[in-house]
Design a protein around this ligand. Structure first.
Ligand SMILES: Nc1ncnc2c1ncn2[C@@H]1O[C@H](COP(=O)(O)OP(=O)(O)O)[C@@H](O)[C@H]1O
Ligand SMILES: [Mg+2]
Length: 404
């Protein structure tokens, strides 16, 4: 026996080098990878292209809203079309600029506008990363567009998050943004908004909606068969031949189909299942690997959600974990007890009731209304995740040492 095999690290590296590999190209399984073939999206590609086409004739396209459930190919299709148009623009030297931001990745509206500015070629001196009023940043963007006679298209992906950013800044800014074109004399500006949320429209100010949604393209959800076809192409590129058993592919497609046709999730499942099977040094991925992958992804999601709550929300979740009679009143009493133990000033019942609704939105707890006759209604909550997950997630935080 060589000495290296005794070292656990060496042993793992040995196995990785000599052992079975199932995933031959990991990048192809990353959600930002742009595949060569886009299946089942001909209509959507045609509609979005048609909507943006006027820009190649130097006229202003209408603002466009693209909708669809997560993982239905919206980002993929729009990015592909942007890059195809951009390629033609570069040849023709038209003063056209197509720029893209994802609002989920920007923490403030200011940053989002700066990101657009940088893509238009404005540097730190022209638009500093902090310090100006939003309206001033906006004015400078418009000035650049006008001065260069630019036809600009601003794509805002996951625009739902922008609505949240805007809530903090004041609603009117969104209206101003979408009406920006009216303020331009020589250039033009078109907005393309992409939303994962089909109810997004209902939340928008009608004035904003009527300008932003001049045109709309809806991405339908994929059927199980369609998901399977997309996955097959991806598998061929990313995995070694025969690495994914048919039954595993079927299960993966069926699970994603149940989740409103989310292809991103299906690809994630395959990747994680592949990693599990490689670790087990199996020659192929079977149904069980897909199930294990699903559990792992679910658990990661729960842990991330738990960790991202502020302190008092965490205390409340612990209170729910520790009580059996789960009416709002009893949870509040338990929460107050916990606050005493960890020496935290308690929040009011009113605020706590509000927080419970917010936590419910995340899916970590679920509530139902209990009618109590003449005593009115109350709400009962329960954890939707296991107590173990809560304990495991919080156990390394010293604040919770005495209460878990
Ligand atoms: N029709 C398709 N053909 C090939 N891959 C697709 C297709 N639709 C979605 N995908 C893949 O699924 C994942 C999610 O797509 P994405 O465009 O990010 O969805 P959305 O923006 O609607 O949430 C990406 O990895 C993407 O490459
Ligand atoms: Mg997207």
């Amino acid at each position: 026996m060589s000495t290296t095999t005794l070292d656990p690290v060496e042993r793992m590296l040995d196995a990785a080098e000599k052992g079975i590999t199932l995933i031959k190209n990991r990048e192809i399984l990353h959600f930002t990878y742009i595949p060569e073939m886009i299946f089942h999206r001909d209509t959507e590609q045609a509609l979005v292209t048609q909507s943006l086409m006027p820009i190649l004739k130097k006229s202003r396209p209408s603002n466009l809203l693209v909708y669809g459930k997560p993982g239905t190919g919206k980002t993929l299709v729009v990015k592909k079309i942007l890059s195809k148009i951009q390629a033609r623009v570069e040849k023709s030297k038209f003063p056209i600029k197509l720029v893209y931001v994802n609002s989920k990745e920007e923490t403030t509206l200011y940053q989002l506008l700066v990101s657009f500015g940088r893509q238009l070629g404005l540097d730190e001196k022209e638009i500093p990363s902090t310090g100006l009023a939003i309206s001033e940043v906006f004015k400078r963007l418009l000035k650049t567009i006008d001065r260069n006679h630019l036809n600009a298209v601003f794509v805002i992906d996951e625009i739902d998050y922008l609505a949240d950013l805007v809530k903090k800044t004041g609603k009117d800014i969104l209206y101003q943004l979408t009406r920006a074109n009216d303020r331009l004399k020589k250039g033009s500006l078109t907005f393309v908004g992409i939303s994962n949320d089909l109810t997004f429209k209902e939340r928008l100010d009608p004035r904003v909606l009527s300008t932003l949604g001049e045109e709309e393209v809806v991405f339908a959800t994929y059927s199980v068969e369609q998901i399977k076809k997309i996955l097959e192409a991806r598998i061929e590129q990313a995995f070694v031949k025969g690495a994914v058993e048919d039954s595993a592919l079927n299960l993966c497609s069926a699970l994603a189909g149940r989740e409103h046709g989310d292809v991103r999730r299906a690809i994630d499942l395959l990747r994680v299942a592949g990693e599990i099977a490689e670790r087990e040094q199996k020659t192929s991925i079977n149904e069980n690997h897909i199930r294990l992958a699903r559990n792992k992804i679910e658990e990661n999601k729960e842990v991330t959600a738990l960790q991202s709550f502020p302190l008092h929300e965490k205390l409340l979740i612990i209170a729910i974990m520790k009580t059996t009679e789960l009416t709002t009143g009893v949870i509040y009493t338990a929460y107050k007890g916990i606050c005493k133990t960890v020496r935290q000033p308690e929040l009011t019942q009113r605020r706590v009731t509000q927080m419970l609704s917010e936590i419910e939105l995340s899916g970590i707890i679920s509530g139902r209304i209990i009618h109590q006759g003449i005593h009115g209604n109350t709400k009962k909550y329960k954890l939707t995740i296991t107590r173990e997950t809560v304990k495991e997630t919080f156990k390394n935080d010293l604040t919770f040492e005495d209460i878990l």
